[in-house]
Design a binder for this molecule. Structure first.
Ligand code: NAI
Ligand code: A1CAB
Length: 272
């Protein structure tokens, strides 16, 4: 249990999609339920978490005072109120890790007692199946030990990368929102299969396995996607016909514009 010593006691504030995902991931990775607490606004949710995971559910202030690491997993609009609520209860040296999109380190540090070590993180939903991508940026009061703690905590649900905070809007657009683009492509491919007369379950199985296989090839071969695409594309064949149509429809450009729009939106959200 070397891991536990590094991260200490973890308090997760806000037990929605991401908070619940990280909680389940920590427990799957072998952390004892006694070393994690959560806060939940709705009593039904609190009862469910207690029953399913055997963890203690506390009020925000009690949870924040208990944790060595406090993970903020509420919506961005609820962050400022939460910081004001928990700030006075934090013990000196408590590490605050925020998952909130668009909430800058300056805003987080400004809402907490002077000197609080803060880490800004952009996770994504595949954390639910331990294939998450969490990207962190340490605040101005973080020591290497704090960053290590956050890395340790987040690595229980997937990969972790550290970047300068100036990259976080682009990161949000690429990997934070990224799973949604892949699900969008999956939907379109399934509908195409159905259009061509395949039963829906068959079309779904073909698409899910194809996406999984293609992603695994990218990971395992380390090849550039263009090379892998060329390998599928026979001269005068079916793939070339399809890819020409995608190019005619400017699908690559549409993806670039979409991801740029997400990045701009993330920057806009940081203003509030
Ligand atoms: N869903 C996603 O794909 C991603 C979400 N995020 C970030 O994670 C954070 C959480 O997002 P989700 O889990 O999707 O939202 P969610 O709405 O599922 O969960 C938020 C939870 O916080 C609770 N809550 C609200 N105010 C509270 C308070 N003052 N005290 C305690 N609990 C409170 C709500 O009842 C809810 O259960 C957001 O800041 C979001 O930007 C980051 C990356 C990806
Ligand atoms: O859509 C959003 O704003 C959040 C941030 C990244 C993924 N979901």
């Amino acid at each position: 249990m070397v891991e536990q010593v590094k991260t200490g006691r973890v308090a997760i504030l806000g037990a929605g999609n991401m908070g619940g995902t990280i909680l389940a991931g920590l427990l799957r990775a072998g952390r004892a339920p006694a070393d994690v607490v959560v806060s939940a606004r709705r009593p039904e949710r609190a009862a469910e978490l207690k029953q399913r995971h055997g963890v203690e559910v506390l009020a925000n202030v009690e949870a924040a005072a208990w944790g060595d690491t406090v993970l903020l997993a509420v919506k961005p609009r609820d962050i400022a109120g939460l910081l004001a609520e928990i700030g006075p209860a934090l013990r000196p040296g408590t590490l605050v890790v925020s998952l909130a999109a668009g909430q800058t380190i300056a805003a987080l540090e400004g809402g907490l007692p002077e000197g609080t070590p803060v880490i800004r993180v952009m996770p994504n939903t595949p954390s639910l199946v331990d294939q998450g991508m969490s990207v962190l940026s340490p605040g101005t009061h973080c020591l290497p030990e704090h960053t290590e703690r956050a890395q340790d905590l987040l690595s229980s649900t997937g990969k972790v990368l550290q970047v300068p905070e100036s990259y976080q809007d682009a990161v949000t657009a690429v990997s934070g929102s990224g799973p949604a683009y892949v699900f969008y492509v999956a939907e379109a491919m399934i509908e195409a299969g159905v259009l061509l007369g395949l039963p829906r379950p068959t079309a779904t199985e073909l698409v899910v396995q194809t996406l999984f296989g293609a992603a695994t090839m990218l990971r395992q071969t380390g090849e550039h996607p263009s090379i892998l695409r060329e390998q599928v594309t026979s001269p005068g064949g079916t793939t070339a016909a399809a890819v020409r149509l995608l190019d005619d429809q400017r699908v690559r450009g549409a993806f670039m514009s979409a991801i740029e729009a997400a990045c701009n939106r993330s920057a806009q959200l940081s203003q509030f």
